[in-house]
Design a binder for this molecule. Structure first.
Ligand code: CDP
Length: 222
């Protein structure tokens, strides 16, 4: 079974998709981590983001794997190295759109992502999972929240990591990233026609997971 969770930055997708996967005993797949890992490689290699053939060649020679740690954290390996923390650095967050907008790179990512669905029952989160990667998925969710709330959540997350950034600055960054994600030609963020839309602005994590589980149960009973 394939469950997709799409939505903008900071809507709570990662936490919620991970919890949902744990409850169902499905594999959780964070596709944003894959785009982030490739961006990290491009940064490390000082790649020119205008050199599309060079970036595609780099992507073809890359191995990204996601593993679950004992404490249920996702460990991201880039060519065998653990890059779980490095890919969350603001420099990567701000550069990832330059990789995510390249159609040929998205094609490579989509084929890796589809491979997960061939072998496992999965909860996969991202931007284009219900629309492009698995349009035939059994259940699709689109998780949203206001930009103000998403910025507040992101601010707390960053604070825990010792990164101080004002809420106003984060709202601007989030809105810019939303715009880039929604307007790119290939694999833009949009709500699949058959997705269940959940606004998590006024819901806590467990309320969102409960809502999702209820929808899943309803589907089975129909
Ligand atoms: O954690 P956060 O919500 O900030 O973002 P993420 O899920 O880690 O994704 C980082 C970036 O990767 C997004 O802003 C998208 O530009 C890109 N992305 C994408 O293009 N397609 C996906 N399926 C997942 C992420």
């Amino acid at each position: 079974m394939i469950i997709t969770v799409d939505g903008p930055a900071g809507a709570g997708k990662s936490t919620i998709a991970k919890l949902l996967a744990e409850k169902l005993n499905f594999l959780y797949v964070d596709t944003g981590a894959m785009y982030r890992a490739l961006t990290l490689k491009a940064e490390n290699q000082n790649m020119d983001y205008a050199d599309i053939p060079g970036l595609v060649k780099m992507a073809e020679k890359t191995k990204i794997t996601l593993e679950k740690s004992k404490s249920c954290k996702t460990i991201v390996f880039l060519d065998g190295f653990d890059v779980s923390d490095a890919i969350r650095e603001p420099i990567i967050t701000n550069a990832v759109y330059k990789i995510a907008r390249i159609a040929e790179i998205r094609q490579i990512m989509v084929s890796w992502q589809r491979d997960y669905g061939k072998k496992h029952s999965i909860v996969m989160e991202g931007r284009d999972i219900g629309t492009v990667v698995f349009p035939q998925a059994e259940k699709k969710f689109y998780l949203d929240a206001s930009a103000q709330i998403r910025a507040k959540r992101r601010m707390l997350e960053l604070k825990e990591k010792g990164i101080d950034i004002s809420r106003e600055e984060l709202i601007t960054q989030i809105e810019e990233r939303d715009h880039k994600d929604k307007t790119r030609k290939c694999g833009p963020l949009k709500i699949a026609d058959d997705a269940i839309y959940i606004d998590s602005s006024d819901l806590d994590i467990s309320e969102v997971v409960t809502t999702m589980l209820k929808y899943l149960k309803d589907k089975h009973e129909k």
